[in-house]
Design a protein around this ligand. Structure first.
Ligand SMILES: Cc1ncc(C[n+]2csc(CCOP(=O)(O)OP(=O)(O)O)c2C)c(N)n1
Length: 659
């Protein structure tokens, strides 16, 4: 291995040396502790340290890095206190996640590090969002994110690079090509040879380095970073390296030919650099021993502290509370007698969004065709002219990357609204929502200030993939809020509330309501509180608990049948208004829960169970659920009508009244 020190001073070379030595020595200690049964398995970076160390030290300390599972050197070079880092690994409360997540699965804004979720690929889009924030604020900062060669097979890799290329984001995508993804060698993972072949296809410059040569990594990343700060654009940096240990400690390496260990053992990044520094007279034996002693003392002391720290104990209230960023929504009801304008549901949503854009300069909108075209439902019509292309962003077809970018923006203190063209397509961004947005506050205290707008629902003969009601998936996901207005006034006020709320909100908008309902909507900015239901109709004989289009079905039928009933419009599904449900059940004693979503696993089951548990003595009849058939949604109108819950509502009402 040859080193070219260029003009780097001895101090700079020694900083790299110390940077390399520390993660190596931490892992050597870990191996001893593992044999003693004092620590659990981890993902070793032995043999790959030069990549983490060279790239981290090449950046400014306030530039974000998004490491993966083998990047211990990132954390040590950013000077994380070792006792906190080890406490994190041991699941102690004094770690970075209060014992809630393991190993490197955490972020720390103080150190400008955003750690991974297990799924690997989602990191790339989060980096895009961080870089986008820096571009919007003209900060001249670079973001570095890592991928393995195996993780690069994920769709998220493609989406992350493509978005960065299209938006010219200053991200250095470092692919650590170590030849294996767990046990699978590269030739069973991809056919493109080297990753530098991929860059040009994305319109991205690609550079290859010897990932075991710390000077080469450092110099290359420094040079690239300096350039990217001035001329923002992504770069793909392929670092060739080798994983000298198993996928994780305990999984073995039988599947790796011995010759490879011998070959790469010769290229050890720490030993080679150390030898070079000794040869150059930059380091001598005494200094070498001094470095080792100092680091050893630091490591030993940190372990002593951690082993003396008691195990974490569970506090249920704290666990539940930390799922969400606390937020006391201010009371911003429209003033009585405030001027109104007759507005359709779609116009009210647009109005709420426009006023939020005016109120929050940090709010960024992203979605397919939302800029000049105004979105397929025209919610953002005219927004580009008013707010500019920077904040109203057309995206490629890449739901996952855009949701991930939303989290990245949030990490940089911005707000994001992501428009799904149709709620059905959220499946392609599902992982980012349920694993990244929903869990990041609980895991490491980082909120995801993202609203995902979801044009949803059936009734327009749009078939199985443009009609689904998928709110139940998200109601089942702690960390999210789920909102589903049924009227124009609620739609405007709830959207504003969702954007104000620092937590991730999935905001359902029924497509059929967009242009079929209208009412006077207050002109001023106002919010409708999340979590509060609304009595849409009052009566004594029974209660219909519903939301979305269900409110309109129930109202129509109640009028036709001249029912004396409560219709409770839930408006929010997570959290849902238990007080309002209790009040209506206690009042009428007869309950139908109506939803457009399919029956099994729908929200109706949850509410019915809650009523049975909490209001049993108030009931005069069994709780009824009316929902759509447990099938996919058919296209032909006759089939669709038969599918929808509305077709069975009258029969159920009659049955309940007669009970
Ligand atoms: C979506 C997903 N699928 C599978 C896994 C299990 N898994 C964890 S790491 C890994 C191999 C990753 O290989 P690579 O990206 O090359 O990184 P390396 O471990 O070699 O550093 C696998 C399959 C996972 N974490 N996430």
């Amino acid at each position: 291995m040859t080193f070219d020190r260029k003009d780097y001073s001895n101090d700079e070379l020694l900083r790299l040396y110390e940077g390399l030595l520390k993660p190596r020595m931490i892992e050597e200690k870990m191996l001893i502790l593992l044999r003693q049964g004092k620590v659990s398995k981890w993902f070793s970076g032995i043999g790959q340290e030069a990549i983490s160390v060279g790239s981290t030290l090449a950046l400014h300390p306030d530039e974000y890095i998004l490491p993966l599972h083998r990047n211990l050197g990132v954390f040590t070079c950013r000077q994380l206190p070792l006792d906190r880092l080890f406490a994190q690994w041991q699941g102690k409360k004094t770690g970075f996640t209060k014992g809630r997540d393991r190993s490197f699965h955490f972020g720390t804004n103080e150190h400008h590090i955003v750690g991974m979720i297990s799924h690997l690929g989602p990191q790339l889009a989060v980096a895009d969002g961080i870089a986008l924030a820096s571009v919007l604020d003209n900060e001249g900062k670079v973001t570095v994110v890592y991928s393995g060669d195996g993780g690069a097979s994920e769709g998220d890799f493609h989406e992350g690079l493509n978005v960065a290329a299209v938006w010219q984001l200053p991200v250095i995508f470092i692919v650590e090509n170590n030849g294996y993804g767990l046990s699978t060698p590269s030739n069973e993972q991809f056919r493109h040879g080297y990753f530098i072949n991929k860059g040009p296809a994305y319109g991205i410059e690609a550079v290859q380095v010897d990932g075991n040569n710390v000077l080469e990594v450092y110099d290359t990343v420094r040079r690239l970073a300096e350039d990217l700060r001035q001329n923002p654009r992504p770069v793909l940096l392929e670092a060739l390296t080798f994983r000298m240990r198993g996928h994780e400690e305990a999984s073995g390496t039988k599947y790796v030919p011995q010759e490879l260990f011998e070959e790469w053992g010769q290229k050890d990044p720490v030993e080679n650099f150390e030898r070079y520094l000794l040869e150059q007279g930059v380091l001598d034996e005494e200094a070498k021993q001094r470095y080792r002693r100092t680091i050893k003392d630091e490591i030993d002391e940190a372990w002593r502290v951690v082993f003396d720290t008691p195990e974490v104990t569970a506090d249920t209230a704290e666990e539940v509370a930390d799922m969400y960023r606390p937020f006391a929504a201010p009371d911003q009801a429209p003033a009585l007698g405030a001027p109104t304008t007759e507005k359709r549901y779609v116009d009210a949503i647009s109005d709420g969004l426009r006023q939020s854009m005016e109120r929050y300069p940090e709010l960024v909108l992203m979605g397919q065709d939302i800029a000049e075209y105004g979105g397929v439902f025209k919610v953002t019509d005219g927004f580009v002219q008013q707010f500019g292309k920077g904040r109203v962003r057309n995206t490629p077809l890449c739901e996952s990357a855009i949701v991930g970018a939303g989290l990245g923006l949030s990490i940089r203190g911005k707000k994001a609204m992501v428009e799904m063209q149709f709620a059905d397509f959220v499946t392609c961004g599902f992982n980012q929502i349920v694993n990244n947005l929903a869990k990041s506050h609980y895991r490491w205290g980082q909120n995801a200030d993202v609203v995902v707008r979801m044009p949803t629902g059936a009734g327009s003969a749009a078939g199985p993939f443009h009609s689904q009601s998928n709110e139940a998936w998200f109601v089942h996901t702690p960390g999210l809020k789920v909102v589903y207005p049924s009227t124009p006034s609620d739609a405007k006020g709830l959207l504003a509330a969702a954007i104000e709320d620092p937590n991730p909100v999935i905001f359902f908008e029924h497509k059929l309501l967009y242009r079929s309902v209208s009412e006077p909507v207050p002109d001023e900015y106002y919010t409708v509180p999340i979590g509060k239901a609304r009595l849409a109709r009052e009566g004594a004989d029974l209660s219909i608990i519903t939301y979305g289009l269900g409110v309109h079905w129930a109202t129509k039928l109640a009028n036709e049948m001249q029912l004396d009933c409560d219709i409770l419009d839930l408006r929010s599904l997570l959290p849902w208004d238990q007080d309002a449900v209790r009040a209506t059940v206690e009042k009428t004693g007869r309950v139908i829960i109506l939803h457009e979503d399919t029956l099994t696993g729908g929200i109706g089951g949850e509410i019915a169970a809650w009523i049975a548990e909490h209001c049993f003595t108030s009931l005069d009849a069994p709780v009824q659920r009316v929902a759509s058939l447990d099938t996919a949604i058919p296209f032909a109108p006759a089939l669709e009508q038969n599918f929808l819950a509305e077709s069975r509502l009258r029969q159920c009402l009659e049955k309940l009244l007669a009970y």
